[in-house]
Design a protein around this ligand. Structure first.
Ligand code: HJL
Ligand code: ZN
Length: 167
């Protein structure tokens, strides 16, 4: 999680989303497989999405089938609960994680630093949705304040709300 927090600091500040860091970890090999942070890859990309996309690309696999080639005990660390809903309408990270499990293996455990704040989608259903589909979720204590400070640093200074536009 410490490494994921460092990754989140590389993400550009934006009022329209959070700065999140994530990584895929092979438990058996004790090895990081791929890293990601919000907006790392071109387009409106999330941290978890960047991990999966980078791992797929590095292994000549399409993103939708990356679950077929992940090592058996691959887990995901993310500074924030994976999203269940995106204001942009893009595919959620929960969907992307569940997609890895369709072949039988895939990501079955997710380690989370903080629950998603209510800023954009209200009470986020990401964790509950994962658990319902059989993916175990674990809260990693001790990083909350640091994670939230980084995640919201592009949101202006008015009580966590986006900066008013001066149009
Ligand atoms: C997680 C990220 C990221 C979010 N959450 N887990 N990883 N940016 O990398 C969640 C937030 C969405 C907004 C806006 N953020 O990002 O709910 O524009 O960023 O699709 O709903 O949606 P878009
Ligand atoms: Zn997401």
């Amino acid at each position: 999680m410490r490494e994921a927090v460092s990754l989140s600091e590389k993400s550009p500040e934006r009022p329209t989303n959070f700065r999140v860091g994530a990584l895929l970890f092979d438990v058996d090999a004790n090895r990081i497989l791929a890293t990601g942070f919000t907006l790392e890859l071109p387009g409106n990309t999330h941290a978890e999405q960047c991990c999966l996309s980078k791992y797929a690309a590095a292994n000549d696999m399409t993103e939708d089938r990356v679950g077929d080639i992940l090592p058996p005990h691959t887990v995901l660390f993310s500074t924030m609960e994976p999203c269940a809903k995106r204001l942009s309408g893009n595919i959620s990270c929960v969907e992307r994680i569940l997609q890895t499990t369709r072949g039988g293996a895939g990501i079955r455990q997710v380690y989370i630093g903080v629950k998603e704040p209510s800023t954009f989608v209200g009470d986020s259903a990401g964790r509950a949705q994962l658990v319902r589909e059989g993916v175990e979720c674990f809260y990693v204590p001790g990083f909350d304040d640091e994670i939230l400070k980084i995640a919201t640093s592009g949101h202006g200074h008015g009580h966590g709300q986006p900066e008013p536009s001066h149009a």
